[in-house]
Design a protein around this ligand. Structure first.
Ligand code: AMP
Length: 614
């Protein structure tokens, strides 16, 4: 790869637990592209995504913030990524409230914010401090100012969450050139040099989330076939299992619940994580917390030997959950495990031997280890950054839409313009018409979901296309175009093909959708498939019936004089019966019958007219 000279754009993996910054540079000697993970001032290649607010107003980010968490838990914010673009009432936020020692409050607009030192801050403001730190790390290393970045997000971040991430970048003084999905970035780092066609599974188990993506790579073009995962599953859950075990045993022995004491809980957390790390390389370790509490007989210490097998048994259900998500995602991609050529492991948790073994057994092949699981996402982001800056050849990056998107049509039926798991950027358009004579505007209701009726799906936006010239129903042609850009943001345009008038908008949902919610939406759609189909058929027949009644009435009005009185009466009677059924909300089979009767009768109008001419 050869490089062209230009300004530098960095790649940032803004993680739940740790963040990492990388850059692709030209080597001084050869000019060849070189990926470089940038170490922070302490020499570490990843920086904890932790922000602390000291009593003197100072803001600490990274290792220094993490180190003082013990003595300042209320003002030390970690895992703020879980709150990005979310409403206070979201399940994800409620869960975080239970776990986090810092305060999470409801902002006036319903968003989840954090309260530190009596000041309310939005999650993008807190994330911005982490991004700013990463920017400073890069600037110190490169010796120049950096203003542009590519930032990664979990595959299932929705529009609001991506937007919040972009906002964080802006607050940090960074122009976020592109938001890309973490697993996609990993594949990018792994597959850039691959020339053969290959199917890759990216298994990403980090501190807070699990993502699985199935991608294909061919001639430098990446397409995500399907993504899935679980935003409620990560290394913290593994830690929690150990914390619960240690705390429960301590309580049984000493009658003190360490989880109720913030300081003790924090120390327990650190000990659990440390033990988990050690058990990745040794078969046994010891959790050791001296002076963890004070009992009636004086100070108490926690000391407990833990075997690797014990941790594996404790966390087997968590590993199993990741495999279940892998199975679903393969199904979505219409593939089986055997179709996958390479499995890439991402996230610190994939260092755990039982995770590696489970992945190997599931996919029937040894996972690739040529990439560093903590750094690969940032490297992928840096490669994309270099591509955008023109430093390296452009690579096409194709992600997918998590849910179908469409519009509400006659009778409340949901019409899909873009199906779920469609590769983005993508565009689709469809021509619609009016349902009433002389209708001078059409309401466009944009929705997202898998159900057949609009009302059962999630409303994203409503707007109107106005200024339609008077015309009978069914005549105007309104073209609706959906375009999902490479950041996963939807642009909707409605155009009156008669006048050329256009109404367009960019859709930013008001609240975030979690991975869980998306799964729930897909499950519901499956459950209601039959009843939904019936409701859709009913709505469609009613629609067709209205149209037939309208055209029949028009025909009778125009040609009644030319028609045989018997025919006219027969058509009128069938039309009356259909109208009655429509008005009283008749059943599908009755409506269909009445519709067919009127259709047959209406044909006789034509027959009798042609007959009269002969
Ligand atoms: P990430 O979000 O990718 O930085 O992943 C961080 C998670 O990986 C945390 O839950 C860490 O405790 C976990 N982790 C990091 N190193 C190891 C290791 N050697 N063994 C087990 N878990 C690890």
């Amino acid at each position: 790869m050869l490089l062209r000279r230009m300004g530098k754009v960095i790649g940032i993996d803004l993680g739940t637990t740790n963040s990492c910054v990388a850059i692709v540079e030209a080597a001084a000697s050869s000019g060849a592209a070189q990926e470089k993970v940038i170490p922070n001032s302490e020499g570490a290649r990843t920086t904890p995504s932790v922000v602390a607010f000291a009593a003197n107003g100072e803001r600490l980010v990274g290792h220094v913030a993490k180190r003082q968490a013990l003595t300042n838990p209320e003002n030390t914010v970690y895992a703020v990524k879980r709150l990005m673009g979310r409403k206070f009432r979201d399940r994800e936020v409620q869960r975080q409230i239970e776990l986090a020692p810092y305060r999470i409050v409801e902002a006036p607009n319903g968003d989840a914010w954090v309260r530190v030192r009596e000041r309310d801050m939005s999650p993008p403001e807190v994330s911005a401090l982490v991004l700013q730190k990463m920017r400073e790390v890069a600037e110190a290393f490169l010796g120049e100012e950096i203003g542009e970045a590519v930032v990664t997000v979990p595959a299932y971040f929705d529009d609001a969450q991506r937007q919040a991430t972009k906002d964080a970048g802006r607050i940090a003084g960074l122009d976020v050139k592109r938001i890309i999905n973490e697993p996609t970035a990993a594949a990018l780092a792994y597959g850039l040099d691959k020339s053969a066609r290959e199917t890759i599974a990216v298994y990403d188990l980090g501190g807070g989330t699990f993502d699985i993506s199935i991608l294909t790579i061919e001639a430098g073009v990446f397409s995500v076939r399907a993504t899935g995962g679980d935003t409620h599953l990560g290394g913290e859950d593994f830690d929690q299992k150990l914390i619960d075990l240690l705390a429960q045993e301590f309580q049984d022995e000493n009658g003190i619940d360490l989880r109720k004491d913030r300081m003790a809980l924090q120390r327990l957390k650190e000990a659990a994580e440390k033990a988990k790390h050690e058990l990745s390389s040794s078969l046994e370790t010891e959790a050791n917390i001296p002076f963890v509490a004070t009992g009636s007989g004086g100070p108490l210490h926690l000391q407990r030997a833990i075997k690797r097998s014990e941790l594996e048994l404790l966390t087997a259900d968590l590993v199993e959950r990741t495999l279940a998500a892998c199975a679903t995602t393969l199904q979505d991609a219409k593939m089986s495990a055997a179709d996958v050529d390479t499995v890439v492991l991402v996230g610190g948790m994939t260092r755990m031997p039982s995770v590696q073994k489970a992945v190997k057994d599931f996919f029937g092949r040894e996972p690739s280890r040529s990439v560093n699981p903590d750094e690969v996402v940032a490297v992928g982001a840096a490669l994309q950054a270099a591509a955008l800056a023109g430093t390296v050849e452009e690579v096409l990056l194709l992600d997918v839409t998590p849910l179908s998107i469409g519009v509400e049509t006659g009778g409340g039926v949901f019409f899909r313009l873009i199906e779920r798991n469609r590769t983005i950027p993508t565009e689709a358009s469809e021509v619609f018409t009016t349902s009433v004579d002389n209708q001078n505007f059409v309401p466009i209701h944009v929705l997202q979901g898998e159900r057949e009726m609009a009302a059962d799906n999630r409303s994203l936006a409503r707007f109107e296309l106005t200024g339609i010239p008077p015309a009978p129903r069914g005549v105007p042609k309104i073209q609706v175009t959906f375009r999902v850009d490479s950041n996963g943001i939807l642009h909707v345009e409605a155009k009156d093909l008669g006048t050329g008038r256009i109404q367009a908008m960019r859709v930013t949902p008001t609240s975030g959708l979690s991975r869980d919610q998306i799964d729930h939406i897909v499950d519901e759609a499956e459950k209601f498939r039959d009843t939904d189909a019936l409701r859709r058929d009913l709505a469609e027949v009613r629609n067709q019936a209205e149209t037939l009644l309208y055209t029949t009435e028009q025909a009778l009005e125009g040609y009644a004089d030319l028609l045989d009185a018997g025919v006219v009466e027969a058509v009128r009677s069938d039309a009356r019966r259909l109208r009655e059924l429509l008005d009283k909300g008749g059943e599908l089979s009755d409506l269909r019958q009445a519709y067919q009767d009127l259709e047959a009768a209406a044909f006789r109008i034509a027959e009798s007219m042609y007959g009269g001419q002969q």
